[in-house]
Design a protein around this ligand. Structure first.
Ligand code: SAM
Length: 181
């Protein structure tokens, strides 16, 4: 089952760093892509595509002008729409049913205030703890619970760059070097 992220309300100046981190977290922790709503930030999307191209795996990045139509289309195709909000129901009690539905998921995380329609359209309004924190943290915990930790073992096919894990130090190698060590 694929998970996609919908980043609601991106503001080019204010959210550049947080939105980048939402997208990098989505990619690193198993999502298949991200859809940005708000400012159409070609620079940000270009940088993310470049990272995905270099570090491998399939990760799509695009913008939508109409998040609601996007969600309605996704639901019509049989997908499950999850809204991460501190006001929602506890993640730990609802991740089982979300996973068991065996549907593709579209996960909305906000930047600016999320409109009431999102709460009504959501199949699940989910809280990662009933405290205010961060969209990046909420998304990371959601994805890890959804994939039950298996996302950390995922291979990123076609990577041009890889890290050789080390106890101390940094080792990044180009994949054309693989097999020569
Ligand atoms: N002030 C914004 C509002 O009124 O919606 C919330 C800002 S918050 C930093 C941005 C996003 O982080 C929220 O839209 C939500 O997706 C996510 N978030 C923050 N705390 C959360 C929590 N405890 N559980 C789930 N998501 C959370």
């Amino acid at each position: 089952m694929a998970v996609w992220v919908l980043r609601y309300g991106h503001r080019r100046m204010r959210d550049a760093r947080a939105s980048t981190h939402v997208a990098l977290t989505a990619r690193a922790l198993g999502a298949g892509g991200i859809i940005f709503e708000g400012d159409e930030d070609e620079g940000l999307m270009g940088r993310l595509r470049k990272i995905a191209d270099e570090w491998g795996g399939k990760f799509e990045v695009r913008h939508t002008k109409d998040w609601q139509a996007e969600v309605e289309r996704f639901k019509k195709r049989g997908g499950c729409f999850v809204h991460l909000t501190m006001y929602g129901l506890p993640l730990q009690e609802n991740i089982g049913p979300i996973r068991a539905a065996k549907k593709d998921c579209l996960v909305l995380v906000g930047s600016q205030k999320v409109p009431a329609e999102a709460y009504h359209l959501a199949d699940f309004n989910i809280a990662v703890g009933s405290q205010p924190h961060s969209e990046i943290a909420a998304l990371a915990v959601f994805l890890d619970r959804y994939f039950e930790g298996r996302e950390l073992e995922r291979a990123f096919e076609g990577a041009r760059r890889k890290i050789r894990p080390m106890k101390i130090g940094k080792d990044v190698f180009l994949c054309s070097d693989e097999g020569q060590v």
